[in-house]
Design a protein around this ligand. Structure first.
Ligand SMILES: NC(=O)C1=CN([C@@H]2O[C@H](COP(=O)(O)OP(=O)(O)OC[C@H]3O[C@@H](n4cnc5c(N)ncnc54)[C@H](OP(=O)(O)O)[C@@H]3O)[C@@H](O)[C@H]2O)C=CC1
Ligand SMILES: CC(C)(CO)C(=O)C(=O)O
Length: 317
């Protein structure tokens, strides 16, 4: 099986490092030539896991998006079975989508790992829905430097389709693919409930991420004050109203899950706080910003989401 990982950030490096020994070919596409060269020289360093240091990733072929798109995009010589799209939502440009299409044949599936919503619409305009798989993962990863990554939390990854009323046909290729992820040490499952899974993760992110980024606190600190808890509750209830209108049956215990995530990741800086600290654009447009827009289509106002959205945009500026 030939896997291509696009985006050598936190999640991309983690998955590539662990999958390298399980598939017949793994191609990793970085953004910059500098990172591709460093990875080709040093391999991926999986911090904290002694058995899986740089050496295990020697077989990976590294290439750089900027280098490849400088001239005409050359389609991949060997058919790619699955492309793991592991860039932030903000990096999914028209140019990147064109590049991805050139890497795909009729047999290739594009697997999208992004948090939030919005990318599915953009990608489905260029790539047939039956070639798109969506992944919801609770794995945690943090890149340090260009070739080093730490596995910060073990989780589970669900894969499935999201076109309404369509179920994932568990063909042999997908079953083999999930088996390969399991052999690489990941918990992985095919799911026929992706909309609910995507929205459950979305609600967790829209409650925790903006507040940690505005207050500049680790996830656990949100639980320490009644004031931040009440803001969390407002964000949660507004999101629930929208989900109910859309008839998305979120789990009854989602609020408890949010509190548990804060507790279990209490010292973590959320991805949005990390983006703000590094002066990077955040994924707010695809989280609270997107909820506000979708709510407008239903004549619903989400005042707390609108307020945190505007605050993050102001901080980003
Ligand atoms: N990290 C985690 O634990 C989790 C992340 N996610 C989601 O997964 C997605 C990726 O997150 P994460 O790995 O943390 O993000 P990172 O920012 O760490 O990694 C994204 C990578 O994409 C690269 N990139 C950007 N544009 C291109 C391009 N055109 N071609 C190739 N590479 C490109 C970036 O390169 P450069 O650095 O050079 O700009 C960067 O290395 C996000 O949507 C996030 O919400 C979901 C669950 C957990
Ligand atoms: C669950 C949470 C909030 C963990 O930090 C996360 O997914 C993120 O930071 O984006």
């Amino acid at each position: 099986m030939h896997i291509m990982v696009v985006g050598a950030g936190s999640l991309g490096l983690l998955f590539a490092a662990k999958l390298a020994s399980q598939c017949s070919q793994l191609t990793m596409v970085t953004r910059t030539t500098e990172q591709a060269s460093e990875l080709a020289e040093q391999g991926i360093k999986l911090e904290g896991e002694a058995s899986q240091t740089a050496k295990s990733t020697k077989s990976i072929v590294y290439s750089s998006y900027l280098e490849e798109t400088r001239e005409d995009i050359i389609p991949n010589e060997r058919q790619v079975d699955y492309i793991f799209l592991m860039v932030k939502q903000t990096a999914i440009t028209d140019e990147l989508v064109t590049y991805l299409r050139h890497q795909m044949t009729d047999q290739t599936f594009l697997v999208c790992f992004q948090n939030g919503i919005g990318h599915e619409q953009k990608l489905s305009q260029a790539i047939a829905y039956d070639k798109l798989l969506f992944a919801v993962t609770t794995e945690g990863a943090k890149r340090n430097g260009l070739h080093s990554v730490r596995h910060t939390g073990r989780g589970i990854t669900y894969f499935g389709v999201i076109e309404s009323n369509k179920q994932l046909t568990p063909n042999n290729q997908h079953i083999f693919f999930v088996q390969m992820l399991k052999s690489a040490g990941f918990r992985a499952e095919l799911s026929n409930n992706m909309e609910v899974r995507i929205w459950s993760k979305l609600v967790i992110n829209v409650v925790i991420n903006p507040l940690t980024a505005i207050l500049r606190v680790p996830n656990g600190d949100l639980l320490r004050s009644e004031w931040s808890r009440s803001l969390m509750q407002d964000l949660y209830e507004e999101a629930l109203k929208l989900a109910n209108l859309k008839r998305i049956a979120l789990p009854d215990k989602l609020w408890d899950t949010i509190l548990t995530v804060c507790e279990e990741t209490k010292t973590n800086h959320s991805s949005m706080l990390q983006d703000i600290e590094a002066a990077r654009q955040t994924e707010i447009d695809y989280l609270n910003g997107r909820l506000v827009k979708v709510a407008e289509e239903w004549d619903l106002v989400l005042p707390t989401h609108d307020m945190v959205y505007r605050m993050i945009k102001a901080i980003e500026n």
